[in-house]
Design a protein around this ligand. Sequence first.
Ligand SMILES: Cc1cc2nc3c(=O)[nH]c(=O)nc-3n(C[C@H](O)[C@H](O)[C@H](O)COP(=O)(O)OP(=O)(O)OC[C@H]3O[C@@H](n4cnc5c(N)ncnc54)[C@H](O)[C@@H]3O)c2cc1C
Length: 534
Amino acid sequence: MTELDTDLVVVGGGLGGVAAALAALRAGQRVILTEEYDWLGGQLTSQAVPPDEHSWVEQFGVTASYRQLRDGIRAYYRRNYPLTPRARARRDLNPGAGHVSRLCHEPRVAVAVIEEMLAPHRGSGRLRVLQPYRPVGAETEGDRVSAVRLAHRDSGEEITVTGRYVIDATESGELLPLTGTEYVTGFESREVTGEPSAPAEAQPMNMQAVSVCFAVDHVDGDHTIDRPADYGFWREFRTDFWGGNLLGWNTPNPRTLETGTRSFTPNPDDDPDAVVADQRLSGGDANLWTFRRIAARRNFTPGAYESDICLVNWPMIDYFLAPVIDVPDAAARLAAARQLSYSVLYWLQTEAPRPDGGTGFPGLRLRGDITGSADGLAQAPYYRESRRIAAEYTVVEQDLSVALRGDKGAVPYHDTVGVGMYRIDLHPSTGGDNYIDVAASPFRIPLGALIPVRMENLLPAGKNIGTTHITNGCYRLHPVEWNIGEAAGTLAAHCLQQSTTPRAVRNDPEQLASFQDRLTAQGVELSWPDIAGY
Ligand SMILES: Cc1cc2nc3c(=O)[nH]c(=O)nc-3n(C[C@H](O)[C@H](O)[C@H](O)COP(=O)(O)OP(=O)(O)OC[C@H]3O[C@@H](n4cnc5c(N)ncnc54)[C@H](O)[C@@H]3O)c2cc1C
């Protein structure tokens, strides 16, 4: 079996993993980064979720390297795409003019920019990317991970990697069970967390839905897919809180829970310049076509794009029938989630009511070329909720809820390693819960949430940090994952260079101050200006 050794092993090449690797590489460390799918970038690319960001993202509240990623995406469009002069001139170019984000773009562009950011480190020989590999085993010695075993996704060939530090940046916390690291899943109990929105009893198998996203455009002709095997089931599927069939235009409003009707207008006559993507005003999801539109044809020279392109991460594709983590039939559950996504598409193409009284939009065309997959759907499922480490500090609802903190804002953690902001936006869950949506204050990310209670050289870098089921709802966003990853990668490098440990950095005030200075110097914002949540 091949054996490799490095300073830092980063398992999982999503946004947290890439940010962790980049931070350690910039600090001069050697890194092995592993990724299971064909693209680095996780939720931004292989999972096909356009960025979910807070309202101040163009000005502040993200790390300098995350801004470099965003700026790189815009620069890539300006260099390579046939933008209209007006679109090209916009400093805040939003290629898709989607309502969810100020930077809705094709996943492939993010892949290119991530590869561009990593390229000099690959060239130097200090970065090795193992792709497509997934973790299948680990060795531990006491409270340390000594090796991680990876298997090639297709051939099954195995590689063992050793490193001084190991970062779990997988979407589902895969290294936690493999290394015996203490962790939780699902809904914690109110008794344990004190959270007003938590249930009396813990519900470890109650996790938010996963979604298998896909891209569509709308062109002449009939592009209807074969009837999915499970279509009959999903066509009839209803659940109490939905307000109608899951496959329908009536869905709950995540914020009010009132059932409302979503509109859907392929290729509307809207002006991309007039789109204001501001989550303070609304979630942007009233019209599903423009919600997560990643290419607005009117941003490009006439004829360049036949149609807008949208990423479908819409309410109907949330698979909440069963969890896909820590269950024996995870593969079958993920296959069922894919069937739901195909069924939503087939329903849209054949039976969805149209405003003119007819049914179906056969012109909707599945764009697997946009998501880089042979089967038409995103390469990877979008996991909203991961296994989470039992951490030195766990972020709870009462630390950041607007209702509970009022004008005081979120708890100003002394051990801050970054910032984030999103409403607590929990999707329907496998325990039968509807959306749980709570206004949040702009928050700091506490270092304590990155330190496992026992393990000494394993760090989390994504949705697997010390949050709860509830606070995961505002920590699972792209820039927050990136900031967490950047903090974890910097921490590993810092500990190697200073011959210290993550726990000591957190618990020794002098060491903490020195680490925070280092983060500040590399462009990580540790606190917010005086702003209010939403
Ligand atoms: C334009 C277009 C239209 C399509 N329309 C349809 C359609 O209407 N209906 C439809 O079903 N497909 C449709 N497909 C998908 C196509 O048929 C896929 O190739 C196929 O469904 C996926 O099979 P796979 O095993 O290759 O995929 P994989 O990606 O390998 O597997 C899909 C899922 O099944 C799981 N899985 C794989 N093998 C097993 C196993 N042995 N046991 C348990 N779980 C397993 C995987 O973990 C994964 O989650 C369409 C594709 C395109 C491009």
